[in-house]
Design a protein around this ligand. Structure first.
Ligand code: UD1
Length: 377
């Protein structure tokens, strides 16, 4: 028998880990392939907690995180280290995910080492290089150097075709975020101090929103004061810039609870128990939709418009006035919220990991080409 192909699954931040775990599980079941986990450690604590939940042990850890890291420095630390590791680990194929600096840096390292790269969650586009920044650039740059494109949805596929990418090596897989939620939700238990309360989940960490964060935090303070029937729970990202902006505006309000970052299970339990999610995150748009909870997106544009069309998301802009105008009626009217609890998930069906593993096997002639996933909504 020939040696199994060594498939490097590379990631570095908390959200990538939960979205790559289902791919690793599926690769383990695919004959002829051997997954090798390479983490950059772009996040430290937040990544480690995710690895623990999914019981994943990295084969190699670049451990690059620094306090208040700058993007060029991070890039300069990851590329050569990742290239050396890919060579030392005798990698045949690389999988990166989404739009983080890690994704693009590792894809570039693989490209320079002449190792083919597949992009999981390819083709998401806000069509605005400044929002989200630098993610829109990272994903476009990654898609320019791939061997295989794995768009989660039809729309993502169309974005890639519009940029001239070939249909031949492109398979619609559904988003692995849905697989991750389906896997982990059974284990998620709401923390005791939150039980029996009407909850609203808040998260906010985007780089392009950093300057606006005091203003947005003041808007959340206003919403909380006007809606004392809710408990607003905000697990604050470890980024010190985010923390300095958020704590002064919100820490003294009775029905706002600022928490240390939640692990994935606590986060899923909080979201599932919430009446509403108010966020600038990418992944929470998919996870909230998968859990049937309405999501208000504090951004001007989304690369995940499927949820807006299907009805689970409302795009509120990133200024206090528009966030308030969209959120306040939703907090006060259950009918409006119920209309956003949709049944058919436009992002995926929980089998994306399997399709991705099969697609990689197909590239090595070890399996049939998987069929495109088709959403119903
Ligand atoms: C990164 C991704 C973003 C993703 C987000 C999820 C890029 C450019 N951005 O943004 O797309 O939505 O992760 O969280 O890749 N920190 C810690 N410990 C941790 C994690 C972060 O201390 O476990 C602090 C550090 O001070 C670090 C800062 O957070 O410097 C920012 O982390 P970084 O990875 O640079 O950017 P994020 O804002 O987390």
């Amino acid at each position: 028998m020939s040696k199994p192909k060594r498939i490097c699954v590379a990631f570095g931040t908390r959200p990538e880990a939960s979205k790559m775990a289902p791919v690793i599980y599926a690769l383990r079941k695919q004959a002829g392939l051997e997954p090798i986990i390479l983490v950059t450690g772009q996040h430290r604590e937040q990544l480690d907690s995710m690895l623990e939940i999914f019981e994943l042990k990295p084969d190699h850890d670049l451990d690059v995180m620094q306090a208040t890291q700058r993007l060029p420095d991070l890039m300069a630390r990851i590329v050569p280290e990742a290239a050396n590791s890919l060579r030392d680990l005798e990698i045949d194929y690389v999988l990166v995910h989404g739009d983080t600096l890690t994704s693009f840096a590792v894809a570039l390292a693989a490209f320079f080492e002449n190792i083919p790269v597949a992009h999981v969650e390819a083709g998401l586009r806000s069509h605005n290089l400044k929002e989200p920044f630098p993610e829109e650039g990272n994903r476009k740059l990654t898609d320019a150097i791939t061997d295989l494109d794995l768009p989660p949805t039809q729309l993502a596929k169309e974005n890639l075709i519009a940029e001239g990418k070939s249909l031949e090596n492109m398979i619609i897989t559904g988003n692995t975020a849905v697989d991750g939620v389906q896997y982990a939700i059974q284990k998620a238990v709401l923390a005791e101090h939150l039980r029996g309360k009407s909850l609203v989940t808040i998260t906010m960490h985007r780089r392009e929103n950093l300057e606006l964060m005091p203003e947005l935090a003041a808007c959340i303070a206003k919403l909380a004061k006007e809606n004392p029937q809710y408990y607003f729970v905000y697990p604050v990202h470890l980024n010190p810039v985010v923390r300095n902006a958020v704590y002064p505006a919100l820490e003294t309000i009775d029905n706002v609870l600022l928490e240390e970052p939640y692990d994935y299970l606590n986060m899923l339990a909080l979201m599932q128990a919430s009446e509403l999610i108010l966020t600038d995150s990418g992944g929470l748009q998919e996870e909230g939709t998968a859990l049937g909870v309405p999501v208000v997106v504090m951004r001007n544009v989304t690369e995940r418009p499927e949820g807006v069309t299907a009805g689970s998301l409302k795009l509120a802009g990133n200024r206090a006035e528009s966030v308030y105008a969209v959120t306040s009626p939703l907090l006060q009217d259950a009918t409006l919220r119920n209309a956003m609890r949709i049944k058919n998930n436009p992002y995926g069906d929980g089998l994306a990991g399997e399709r991705i593993a099969q697609a990689v096997a197909w590239r090595f002639g070890l399996a049939e080409r998987p069929k495109d996933w088709q959403a119903r909504y």
